[in-house]
Ligand binder design. Structure first.
Ligand SMILES: Nc1nc2c(ncn2[C@@H]2O[C@H](COP(=O)(O)OP(=O)(O)OP(=O)(O)O)[C@@H](O)[C@H]2O)c(=O)[nH]1
Ligand SMILES: [Mg+2]
Length: 343
């Protein structure tokens, strides 16, 4: 693939950190021909393994990420980190916290860390995050790590766009296993139960095991012959996660990030998932599926933005008409779409 014409894009591909930082800002603010840059960078992506780190606020995501960076640097891998909206009631803001927790890597030219704290319009955050992940990939990072707090819809969308998702939990945080499970469980490829130095880690592991078993049951029932599903689920529980190539069962690793305990095993499990993803049929299907989801999300977003740009006032007018019962919402939508198609 030939080098980009656009000078900034070219410099990113050549590994220039300053150009990378500038392009990140342009993409963030969506200014200065950022789309041209993104288009020119795309052919240079596909090199990086993207790793999402998500989970309950304050669970130790940044501390773990710092350990993972160190492990990857020991393998001489180039690492880029994107920390999204790192504001939590636990650390209270966040960017500073991330800087402190990962600062020992700041002098390392093979590590690039960027925090994004702004929340844009609907879907804006996930959109630019996905774009930024690609920029970091084009910089020739071997691994791109993306830290998000796993609660909102936006985060979920980012989580869906990475290769491997690590969900970090910590014991003694109330109903968090319940709170987080909805969308995140289906994205989780590996679980870390961090703060295993605290009481309750075992219970958190048990809760997770149960959740995974239940998730596995529904999937098994769907694929197995009726009535055999339960047997299949039990069998799957008893076997090693990666014994069955067609299906990935998320392993659970206990860690104490502050003491670097469990992080080597965590790295191994993450790498197992990477291997599954890139070396099996099912993994390749999964990657295609995720790209499709991501493209659909992008289309939805861009169509909506385009529609609002062209006929924001007409949309507002239609809402008023529906509110006053002058118009039904079905006809209103049909009219708007017809107008949009003509524009
Ligand atoms: N006891 C104990 N504390 C830990 C462990 N890992 C992290 N912590 C502490 O937990 C606090 C939060 O850690 P962070 O790494 O900032 O957690 P986070 O999930 O990134 O937090 P947010 O990004 O704000 O949601 C810090 O005070 C850490 O020192 C651990 O294994 N054991
Ligand atoms: Mg953090």
């Amino acid at each position: 693939v030939s080098l980009p014409d656009e000078p900034l894009a070219r410099r990113v591909v050549e590994g220039d950190v300053r150009a990378l930082a500038r392009v990140c800002r342009l993409v963030d603010d969506r200014i200065g021909g950022y789309r041209t840059i993104l288009k020119q960078l795309f052919p240079h992506t596909g090199h990086a393994w993207t790793l999402g780190v998500t989970g309950t606020p304050g669970a130790g995501k940044s501390t773990l990420t710092d350990r993972l960076i160190a492990a990857l640097r020991a393998q001489n891998q180039r690492v880029a980190v994107l920390a999204i909206d790192p504001t939590s009631p636990f650390t209270g803001g966040a960017i500073l916290g991330d800087r402190i927790r990962m600062q020992r890597h700041h002098g390392d030219p093979e590590v690039f860390i960027r925090s994004v704290a702004t929340r844009g319009a609907l879907g804006g955050l996930s959109r630019s995050a996905v774009d930024l992940l690609r920029v970091l990939d084009a910089w020739r990072a071997d691994v791109v790590i993306c830290e998000t707090v796993g609660v909102g819809q936006d985060e979920l969308e980012v989580t869906r766009s990475v290769h491997t998702t690590l969900v970090v939990m910590a014991p003694g945080m109330g109903d968090d296993v319940q709170a987080i499970k909805a969308g995140i469980l289906e994205c989780a490829d590996v679980f870390a139960v961090n703060k295993a130095d605290r009481e309750g880690a075992h219970a958190t592991v048990r809760d997770l095991e149960l959740m995974i078993a239940l998730g596995h049951t529904t999937r098994s029932v769907r694929t197995a012959t009726p009535g055999v599903g339960h047997v299949g689920a039990h069998a799957a529980l008893a076997t090693h996660p990666s014994d069955d190539d067609a299906h990935w069962t998320p392993p659970i690793v206990k860690c104490v990030a502050t003491r670097d305990e469990g992080t080597a095993e965590l790295m191994t499990k993450l790498e197992d998932h990477k291997r599954w993803l890139f070396e099996t049929e099912a993994g390749s299907e999964r990657r295609f599926q995720r790209l499709r989801d991501s493209m659909r999300a992008q289309l939805r977003q861009e169509l909506l933005e385009d529609a609002e740009r062209h006929m924001g006032a007409a949309i507002d007018e239609a809402v008023r008409a529906v509110a006053e019962r002058r118009l039904d919402p079905y006809t209103a939508a049909e009219d708007l779409i017809a107008r949009f198609q003509q524009s």
